[in-house]
Design a protein around this ligand. Structure first.
Ligand code: IPM
Ligand code: MG
Length: 351
């Protein structure tokens, strides 16, 4: 197969982890006889510094005309500590999600046999966890009306949802549940928020189309507690943008490291693959960041093109590297900490 992939390294550790994913994908291409053409484009703080815009039109053109986008990370502390900054790197990410129509963010949570003891949670609670949080990504409070009034002393952000936005996300959730354990949990705050009541109403109305799926409805505060206590109770979770943002960071604790969790963002056309971790600026340029979340995001990319053996080959080599201790410092414990680039080289060589 011939794949044209847009490569958006972004900020902080983005370029380093992306480099490793490229090595791995190129090794897969050789082994399975595919052709991958990479096109790099600017995004994030580096794009602001270069062209004054975190998601330039040129980058959008490249993404929109590719088969897929592989993305590193976005964000820089010089903007975080300046509430008056007019443009911020994160705006690039949001603009990209919106312009590419990436309305569904797929964030799986699973455990690695050799890493169970890295998690601060008890083994019996997490062993065998396999759930997916499907986060709505182009609506809700992230994109609602916002502003200031009363001469700046009052600020507001609004959570708005339209029925079709909930329907298209829920449809993906139901379809995913059908392929898995047939359990779907709609997570909201319907005891307080009107937007959440529309979520419930909409999902309830769709239940009849998927009679085999067991649907539950839970409040987000309760799920925040239950998710890390009883992760095996969940299969597919569908939820609004902000709730999904928070719950997916929380869920990453189950796997033992945020450096491990991949994601995909899908819409109607081109999909985007990215690690769920951020730009980790403290580690930028040091060759110490864990590249596995990005590498596993590339596995999700292959999977979406029905290249199942390719995706499995990546997961297998990652598992072997973990079992053999070819890992970066976040996972090394008392063992040897490998450099980011060494892990990438090892993975590529072992594919
Ligand atoms: C994520 C991130 C982003 C989000 C930030 C960087 C804007 O936290 O992808 O989860 O909030 O969506
Ligand atoms: Mg987040």
């Amino acid at each position: 197969m011939k794949l044209n992939i847009a490569l958006l390294a972004g900020d902080g550790i983005g370029p380093e982890v992306i480099d490793q994913a490229v090595k791995v994908c190129d090794a897969i291409a050789v082994k399975f006889n595919h052709e991958i053409n990479w096109t790099s484009a600017l995004t994030g703080a580096v794009a602001i510094d270069t062209v004054g815009e975190p998601y330039p039109d040129e980058t959008h053109e490249i993404c929109a005309n590719s088969d897929a986008v592989l993305f590193g990370a976005i964000g820089h502390p010089k903007f975080d500590n300046d509430p008056s900054a007019k443009v911020r790197p994160e705006q690039g990410l949001l603009k990209m999600r919106q312009k590419l129509g990436l309305f569904a963010n797929v964030r799986p949570t699973f455990t690695f046999p050799s890493l169970i003891d890295k998690s601060p949670l008890k083994r019996d609670r997490i062993e065998g966890t396999d759930l997916i949080i499907l986060r709505e990504l182009t609506g809700g409070v992230y994109f609602g009306e916002r502003g200031r009034k009363d001469e700046g002393d009052t600020a507001f952000d609004t959570m708005t949802y339209q029925r079709f936005e909930i329907q298209r996300l829920a449809k993906k959730g139901f379809e995913m549940a059908m392929k898995r354990s047939k359990k779907l949990c709609c997570v909201d705050k319907a005891n307080v928020l009107e937007a959440s009541r529309l979520w419930r109403e909409t999902v309830q109305a769709m239940e009849k189309d998927y009679p085999e799926v067991e649907v539950s409805y839970e409040f987000v505060d309760a799920v925040a507690m239950r998710l890390i206590q009883w992760p095996k109770d969940y299969d597919v979770i569908i939820t609004a943008n902000l709730f999904g943002d928070i719950l997916t960071d929380e869920a990453s604790v189950i796997s033992g490291s945020m450096g491990l969790m991949p994601s995909s963002s899908v819409g109607s056309k081109v999909s985007l693959y990215e690690p769920i971790h951020g730009s980790y600026p403290q580690a930028a340029g040091k060759d110490i960041a864990n590249p596995l979340a990005t590498v596993l995001s590339a596995a999700m990319l292959f999977e979406d093109f029905d290249l199942t053996a390719e995706a499995q080959a990546i997961r297998d080599v990652v598992n072997t590297s973990l079992a053999e201790g070819v890992v970066t410092e976040d996972l090394a414990g008392d063992g040897k900490a490998h450099k980011t680039s060494e892990v990438g080289d090892w993975l590529a060589a072992n594919i």
